[in-house]
Design a binder for this molecule. Structure first.
Ligand code: CO
Length: 160
C-alpha cells in the first residue's frame, strides 16, 4: 500500500491543465494503484491525479460498487440539473453549493488504453464533473458563490 500526499488548493499543480496520457505503462499502473490506496484512505468519492501532484489526465471515481479508473476522460453526455453541497479533498473541511448535471456519461480509457463508457446520476454524475474539472485546473470553489456554514450543511459531508 502506497499513499500519496493530497495537495491543498494553494498548490500551483491544482490550477493547471493536465496532459493527455500516452503511455499505458507500469508507471501509470503504479500511479493508479497509489491513487486507489489514497482515495480509500481518505474516505473520498473521487480523486484526480493533479491532487497528488501529477499533471496527467487520470481520475478515480468510487461508484459505491467499484472504483473506476478513468484515463483521458471526457464528458460525452449530460442531462438535467442538480444543486447540492460539494466538497473536495484538496479543500479540507469546507463545502459549497454547486450546480451540476443530474446525469453524466463519460468516455475514458482503462489502464491498458481500452476505451469504455461509464454513466451515473446524482452523486456519481457530480463526481464525474468535479473530477474532470480538476484535469483542467478548475476547483469547485470557482463554481460556487460562497462556502456553506455548518448549519447549512445539515449532515451532508461527501468529499470528492
Ligand atoms: Co476535488
Amino acid at each position: 500500500m502506497a499513499l500519496r500526499n493530497i495537495l491543498t488548493d494553494q498548490e500551483p499543480a491544482l490550477h493547471k491543465v493536465c496532459k493527455v496520457v500516452v503511455n499505458f505503462d507500469a508507471k501509470l499502473h503504479r500511479l493508479l494503484d497509489d491513487m486507489k490506496d489514497t482515495l480509500i484512505e481518505s474516505g473520498g468519492v473521487g480523486l484526480a491525479a493533479p491532487q497528488v501532484g501529477i499533471l496527467r489526465r487520470v481520475v478515480l471515481v468510487d461508484t459505491g460498487e467499484e472504483i473506476l479508473e478513468l484515463v483521458n476522460p471526457t464528458l460525452v453526455e449530460t442531462d438535467g440539473e442538480q444543486e447540492g453541497a460539494e466538497g473536495c479533498l484538496s479543500v479540507p473541511g469546507k463545502y459549497g453549493l454547486v450546480k451540476r448535471p443530474y446525469y453524466a456519461k463519460v468516455r475514458a480509457q482503462d489502464r491498458n488504453g481500452n476505451w469504455y463508457e461509464a454513466e451515473g446520476e446524482e452523486l456519481i454524475a457530480r463526481c464525474f464533473c468535479h473530477e474532470l474539472d480538476h484535469l483542467d485546473g478548475i476547483l469547485y470553489t470557482q463554481l460556487m458563490e460562497q462556502y456553506l456554514t455548518e448549519e447549512e450543511l445539515m449532515g451532508d459531508d461527501e468529499e470528492e
